[in-house]
Design a binder for this molecule. Sequence first.
Ligand code: A2P
Length: 269
Amino acid sequence: MEARDLSDGNRIPLLGLGVWQVPDGPECVNAVKWALELGYRHIDTAQAYGNEEAVGEGLRASGVPRDEVFITTKFFPRQRRDPAEEAKRSLERLGVDQVDLYIIHWPEGGPTWAWPGMEQARELGYARSIGVSNFDVDELEALLAEAATPPVVNQVQFSPFEHRTALLEACERHGIALEAYSPLGTGRHLGDETVAEIAQRLGRTPAHVLLRWCVQREIPVIPKSTHRERIEENGQLFDFELSDDDLARLDGLDRTGGTGVATEHQWWS
Ligand code: A2P
């Protein structure tokens, strides 16, 4: 599985399974187990998803050794609890000693207050790497000005339609890996004509085109599916390439105007 170096020396596999909106229970257990059986080595969950226990169960059911899998969970900031304490609770639910990546789910209450607790979670060994999600350029820079240990990831909604070039450039400038969630536009982008035309010409699927657009630029990507055949399809990204022309055509689909904003809708405020 192809991976990318993070600025703290750890490595993140470019392809992961996302489990947003998958209920805790057999559906989530199976999705995680299938993904790992099919060669995924990266699972992305969150405290807010309420399915960490099923993720842990799927991991154990797969038989894949814990140290071969990159696990991300996210700190739920709403109640302003202590991020380190909440990380410990996540570990208990997941049934693991450590997560690979622990990120602030969104910057509710401001971009800096939770960071000392995130750093503590890392110092205590609860997380190997720490980062953020849904942070704009301004929020990243406010955090960087105060952080002793800088964030290594900013996970945002990202696809050819949400290209956010100013945010991507700021992340690269600061040594932060931008990670793409909702890379299929929660399914909406799969029906786009340009995407379909490129897919047809290459003998691939629209999902392949959208996901390859990310991984070819070393952007880790976490498509969500609970269907075995789709999880398998989404994993087949490393045996073909998009040409520079096709990459440029896909870049042209951006609807954000190259924004530095992480999300058009701040659902937390
Ligand atoms: P399902 O979970 O029923 O398979 P995103 O990753 O952008 O959030 O998109 C996830 C959505 O896209 C889910 O509704 C998922 O449905 C659907 N999906 C995921 N992979 C594929 C695929 N290869 N083909 C069609 N739909 C897919």
